[in-house]
Design a protein around this ligand. Structure first.
Ligand code: TYM
Length: 332
């Protein structure tokens, strides 16, 4: 039995990329493992977010995770700020990680863009907090999409440097669990950009709460090329949009790309998009309906998160207290 940790930012609404790249794997890994799943509201604060929107989206995304199959009786589901161990360990890691390491993070470079002087310092040290999230539990397995792998390498560097500097074997090595086939779902508007909550165009993503009409319209408008579907994977090279839609189909149908192409070879995108729409709807409709139902009882969501936070703190507090002892904090 492994201890699994993963997190999602409660900014916006979780989308199909989050589902296929991460959440679906979280649900599967609940079986036979100890799952700890976190709505990372401290991370959400690294860019401006309206306080009421943050509170509301934390509840909605909690409802969504439950609707997707995270079982709060089996797994621990909570919001990050409710467990202070994360911030305590993150401070220690701010002092372990090197400026140069963080300076090489591609996600920081992308998010900061040209105006580095104006972004929050939280955005810069974001990966240190992420390392603290995982290591505060001594979790060893982390199911994520492809975009988080650099951050997980950094977390291992931090753990190693801590162990080395203090002469201990305290933090374990983290293993990323990345589902290759759906590790990087791309935008519906641009096959070179990943599907993202922060994309200004809602047409670029399918949210897990989208209605059937909205899903159909977004897929109809999704960017494609004029060629019909090829019979083999080589035929998708240099066709990022086609590759993305076929990849989404394969992931949702639990088929290989080769199988999908065998069935749809020679079809134009019109009929293929119709089949894809049906498939996406069949997966999202039950999730959207369950989310709506769960969301109606905000009190119950809060109770679930409170209970999750208590269980999370019971694991993380002693570990972080030990780390504080190792670095020499007086514990009077
Ligand atoms: P976030 O909120 O951006 O995304 C949540 C999860 O969804 C995956 N993901 C994708 N997978 C495939 N295709 C996409 N287009 C796509 N977009 C997002 C992400 O890889 C992620 O697994 N820093 C993290 C949250 C975090 C975390 C952690 C994760 C904080 N602490 C500790 C793991 C462990 C983030 O911003 O995820």
């Amino acid at each position: 039995m492994a201890r699994i940790f993963s997190g999602i930012q409660p900014t916006g609404i979780a989308h199909l990329g989050n589902y296929l790249g991460a959440i679906r794997n979280w649900v599967a890994l609940q079986n036979g493992n100890e799952g700890i799943y976190c709505l990372v509201d401290l991370h959400a604060l690294t860019v401006w977010v309206d306080p009421e929107a943050l509170r509301a989206q934390t509840r909605t995304n909690a409802a969504l995770l439950i609707a997707c199959g995270i079982d709060p009786a089996r797994s621990i589901l909570f919001n990050q700020s409710a467990v202070h161990a994360h911030a305590r360990l993150a401070w220690i890691f701010n002092c372990v990680a090197r400026f140069g390491w963080l300076n090489r993070m591609t996600q920081f470079k992308d998010k900061a863009g040209k105006d580095r002087e104006a972004v929050s310092t939280g955005l810069f040290v974001y990966p240190n907090l992420m390392a603290a999230d995982i290591l505060a539990y001594h979790a060893t397995e982390v199911p994520v999409g492809d975009d988080q792998s650099q951050h997980l390498e950094l977390a291992n560097d931090i753990a190693q440097k801590f162990n080395h500097d203090y002469g201990v074997e305290f933090f374990p090595t983290i293993t990323p669990r990345i589902m290759k086939a759906s590790a990087r779902i791309m935008s519906l508007r641009d096959g070179q950009k990943k599907m993202s909550k922060s994309d200004p165009s809602d047409q670029s993503r399918i949210n897990l709460t989208d209605s059937a009409d909205v899903i159909a319209q977004k897929i109809r408008r999704a960017k494609t090329d004029p060629e019909p579907l090829p019979g083999s994977e080589e035929g998708l090279a240099q066709r990022p949009e086609a590759q993305n839609l076929v990849g989404i189909y394969a992931a949702l149908a639990d088929q290989t790309v080769a199988e999908v192409l065998r069935r749809h070879e020679g079809k134009g995108f019109g009929p293929f998009k119709e089949s894809l729409t049906e498939l996406v709807e069949s997966v999202i409709r039950p999730i959207a309906e369950a989310t709506q139902r769960i969301e109606q009882d905000a009190g119950e969501i809060d109770r679930i998160l409170r209970n999750g936070a208590d269980r999370a703190a019971a694991i993380a507090d002693p570990i972080v207290t030990e780390a504080e002892k190792i670095v020499g904090f007086l514990q009077p």
